[in-house]
Write a protein that binds this ligand. Structure first.
Ligand SMILES: [Zn+2]
Length: 194
């Protein structure tokens, strides 16, 4: 595995595919952790900028179009899995107590604090002078946790539909791993990627 995660020399991933995303070229700007940001082309035609780490090690699978497709397929009723409400995960609404206009970003003592609630637990993602930076951190966490969960849940459901009794014997377990402002998530039972 390449030891480079950003700051120093660049790992050339131009032309490489990561699920629906294909890396095009590196940008001059750096992500907050120093990671190189790559302009990527998505199969749907959109282009987005993604930090190297998120592309190579993250759960990012598309520009966001994949989640939109999932959202249409998910049931409209309230579903709770291991303490996570699918309705809450799907919601893109900004709560009324939010004053910054960015979901999960709050102005506290002159700094923009990013937080995310997942499985009824709140994860602190850091305090930033720059509102855009806080919003970016929050957005990445949302993609990793929420999109990751929606994606996993769909595969879990497919297994459950095919095998009688499998769902009861294999309840979903979720573990969030937090390292500073970065979050990652693991799911059990382990299922093959689609
Ligand atoms: Zn897309």
């Amino acid at each position: 595995m390449a030891n480079n995660t950003g700051g120093g020399k660049k790992v050339d991933i131009a032309g490489q595919r990561f699920h629906r995303l294909v890396a095009l070229y590196p940008l001059k700007s750096r992500y907050i952790n120093g990671s190189v940001i790559w302009r990527c082309h998505c199969d749907c035609g959109n282009e987005i900028d993604v930090a190297y780490n998120h592309l190579v090690y993250g759960n990012l699978r598309s520009c966001g179009c994949r989640k939109k497709e999932h959202d249409k397929k998910l049931p409209g009723f309230l579903t709770h899995i291991d303490g996570t409400s699918l309705e809450a995960v799907k919601s893109k609404k900004i709560p009324t107590d939010n004053t910054t206009g960015y979901k999960g970003v709050y102005l506290i003592r002159g700094k923009y604090v990013a937080k995310i609630v997942f499985q009824k637990k709140q994860y602190y993602l850091g305090a930033y002078a720059d509102i855009e930076e806080a919003a970016e951190v929050r957005q990445r966490a949302e993609e990793v946790l929420f999109d990751g969960f929606v994606d996993y849940y769909e595969r879990w459901q497919a297994m459950a539909a095919e095998n009688d009794g499998w769902a009861a014997a294999n309840p979903i377990k979720i573990q969030v791993i937090k390292d500073g402002a970065e979050v990652a998530v693991r799911f059990w039972p382990e299922l093959a990627a689609v």
